[in-house]
Ligand binder design. Structure first.
Ligand SMILES: [Zn+2]
Length: 148
């Protein structure tokens, strides 16, 4: 399994969009037509999750010609978990793969990609998805800010 979590966002997007073309083809459209023009709107920690999900969806698409117009329309973080939106055609299997990945994202640190096996969601108001180590770093950074 490749590890993409240290990649720069623009590099990972390029790699993902090329490898899984045309599934992510909407990223070429203007912002009046799609949110995909913004690319992936979440932390690096989920790059592996996105790659794996794309591989699984691709396998489903290959089984059925009708699914070839499946397109990803937006990928982002909301309330600490992954939101993966799509249009075109899909089936129950694709829907369930996406549901599973969205639920799984709750346990995968959005910063470093560590799978903690439990919910990482913390904070009130703004919700963070961080493993213990990454949350500690964030906490210390905030403390330092307050001291200044
Ligand atoms: Zn982490």
């Amino acid at each position: 399994m490749k590890n993409f979590t240290k990649m720069k966002r623009s590099d990972f997007e390029k790699k993902l969009f090329e490898r899984f073309d045309p599934m992510y083809g909407n990223h070429k459209l203007p912002m009046t037509q799609t949110c995909m023009c913004w690319g992936l709107d979440h932390g690096q920690g989920w790059y592996n999750l996105i790659w794996e999900l794309s591989e699984k969806i691709e396998k489903e698409i290959k089984k059925n010609k009708d699914l070839e117009i499946f397109r990803v329309s937006q990928v982002k973080e909301k309330f600490g978990t992954l939101r993966f939106y799509y249009d075109g055609n899909w089936d129950d299997d694709i829907e369930s793969l996406i549901d599973t990945a969205e639920r799984k994202s709750e346990q995968i640190c959005e910063v470093c990609g560590k799978d903690t096996g439990k919910s990482n969601l913390r904070g009130a108001g703004w919700i963070y998805n961080r493993c213990d180590e990454c949350y500690e770093k964030l906490r210390r950074k905030k403390e330092r800010k307050n001291e200044n």
